[in-house]
Design a protein around this ligand. Structure first.
Ligand code: SAM
Length: 227
């Protein structure tokens, strides 16, 4: 069995183990096909290629990580994407999650606060031919109002609370998938869905561990209890 197949099996096994939380025994086949399609080693520093297909996070520099493949797959699944969708990602990091989304939807916009990471992600995505991903350096707290409303928003860093601009930039019936909680401590993955009347319904999915969403959100409420 090759490393990629082992990673896919590990994701499927973890989905089964967490089915009580995520409400399903298997993920959308389109999501698993996207995971199979994107070469994860291309998003990881060369000296760490040996662990590119482990089901775990990997350092990408600047104190940041590429997320665990199971988490990437599960969050992509929670977005309920369609091929015609326009999706916003906050926290480009290596660009891996953006590439997975680019396989699933029409257009991806992604914002990264660390310029060096954004530059590297930009050249990787270009080299791999992902011309339906547009990147910007900045604080994702504010979203990307010029391209709103979005058919889904995914945040890949933990926020102390859900940023209001992101909810405002969601289309009706669209979902925001976001880890909310304390930095390097208790965090909960949340799905916030905008109802037809504009109300937001939230669902707590499961406990996760992400690097913090820095910028305005964290500066305002670094130590407040989110729940
Ligand atoms: N999605 C990434 C990938 O596929 O490699 C992994 C994301 S990493 C867990 C979280 C990223 O969020 C880091 O690159 C970090 O710099 C970025 N980040 C943190 N706060 C941010 C903010 N306010 N706006 C945009 N990006 C932010």
């Amino acid at each position: 069995m090759n490393n990629l197949q082992r990673m896919l099996n590990d994701i499927e096994m973890e989905v089964e183990l967490t089915h009580n939380f995520i409400g399903k025994d298997s993920l959308d086949k389109r999501v698993m096909a996207a995971i199979k399609q994107v070469p994860r080693h291309q998003f990881i520093p060369e000296e760490l290629h040996y662990c590119a297909y482990n089901n775990g996070p990997v350092p990408i520099g600047s104190g940041q990580t590429i997320s665990q493949p199971y988490i990437v797959a599960m969050m992509s699944d929670l977005l309920n994407t369609k091929p015609t969708d326009i999706i916003l990602e906050i926290g480009t990091g290596s660009g891996y999650q953006a590439a997975i989304l680019a396989e699933l939807v029409k257009q991806v916009y992604s914002i990264e606060i660390i310029e060096g990471l954004a530059d590297k992600a930009h050249s990787r995505l270009n080299k791999l031919g992902y011309n339906n991903v547009e990147l910007r350096t900045g604080d994702g707290y504010f979203g990307w109002p010029e391209h709103a409303p979005f058919d889904g928003i995914i945040v890949t860093a933990a926020a102390p609370y859900i940023p209001r601009p992101l909810l405002d930039q969601l289309r009706v019936n669209a979902r925001l998938v976001i880890p909310v909680g304390f930095p390097y401590s208790y965090q909960e993955l949340i799905v916030a869905e905008k109802m037809a009347n504009g109300e937001i319904e939230t669902q707590m999915i499961l406990g996760v561990s992400f690097v913090p969403l820095t910028g305005k959100c964290y500066a305002e409420a670094p130590h407040k209890a989110p729940f």
